[in-house]
Design a protein around this ligand. Sequence first.
Ligand SMILES: Cc1ncc(COP(=O)(O)O)c(C=O)c1O
Length: 477
Amino acid sequence: MDWKPNRHSSIPVYKQIAAHIEQLISNGEYPAGSVLPSERALSKELQVNRSTIVAAFEELRALGIIESLQGKGTIVSKNIWGGTNRRIPNWEKLIETGSFLPNPSMMRTIRKEMYHQDLIDLASGELSPELSASPYFRKILATEDFTYHVGYDHPQGNLNLRQTIAQHLKEYRNISATPSSILVTSGAQQALYLIVQCLLQNGDAVAIEDPSYCYSLPLFKSAGIRSFLLPSDEQGVDPEDIIDLYKKHRIKMVFLNPNFQNPTGSLLHIDRRKRILEISSYYGIPIVEDDPYSLTAFDQTKVPTLKSLDQNGTVLYISSLSKIVASGLRIGWIFGPQKAIERLADAKQQIDFGHSIIPEWVAKQFLSSEDFPIHLQKLRNSLACNRDKIVFSLHDLLGDQVEFFAPDGGIHLWCKVKSEIDEQQLLNESIRRGVVYVPGSIFGTKKGYARFTFGRASEDHIYDAMTRFSEALRHHV
Ligand SMILES: Cc1ncc(COP(=O)(O)O)c(C=O)c1O
């Protein structure tokens, strides 16, 4: 066998061996009834302990692919496909060949660890249960009469909700929208997915911020989109870099998250906003403004969204209730030119036949209730307290070992560790000490950063979390 297991993979070696043998069997290299090499021979050939081969064989035996016969050794089961013509699908191979790429492995590891352990969570980009609006939902469900028909609804989403979103956009974000130019989506995530799938094609070039949430999404790569990076600082990206990328790569679209950006918490400077809109309309490059965070602004000043300044209709505006109401409601939306919205709605219908009416109804009731502004104000106050707590903890525990700025909204703080670190090891050490966050390299090219989400953990746990992180930093090698 030329093949050898990959010792750096997150998949255990015995599983890799079992999958490889299964592949050889399904490829016909070991036909039904043939004898497999002995455990001893395989362990020598693959340079692994015999117990690893035993575990791999056990896995295959449990699946009915091989069996042990006294005096004969291990043979490929005769009834895999022989007499009955049954073939075992090679799932390992199938999952590798799909065109939709999996999440980055570090992200999958973080999620797995969070499900299996009781960790202080500075990794999940969402609100804590205490900050979410669930208590108001209970009130709505208990007091309001649900009268909607539960059938397939309009492909753009329920009209009452779209009317409410249009009013909300006017009142809270200074954006004039009509319900017919709004598409309700399953969060901002689905909005991004639909835009990539319907308005771009394989080989197209786009610009994204570095670092950015979009960088962490394989959905761009899955669609064959080439992403070019716009370096960003505390005031967002430099508009002139967009022109450079346009001239070099003919970028087709720019994806920006200008308000309390994920992961940096930065707010795009107003002059830069205006210049970006000028460039966008001069070169005809659409801007996708991904805006889940503008309403979290701690000081209540209205953040001038790009869309509210857009006089030429070059901005596709995405938002969602995930970061201000509840992420599990899965209500987001896109507002833009009607033709584009209809195209995206047609695709959404093909994917899921439209949004579920129950969360749409809850969202409509809540957004139009008197409780919404009360909730929003409480949320902003609490997030500001959490932000203060994490800033205090970092100063107190790590002093000049770290560098960061305090964001004025959002739920993320972007922190540079000044000493050289091994991101994976520091994460492992932190998890061992009971705290989890997201290493910076997930979001772009910058090394030595960590994204701490202060909206998910309770205020009381933040100092404890940073104590554990600072200990991990001291002990990691
Ligand atoms: C910038 C940005 N866009 C989109 C999303 C997706 O959010 P959702 O689909 O929950 O609305 C997130 C979530 O973290 C985000 O930070």
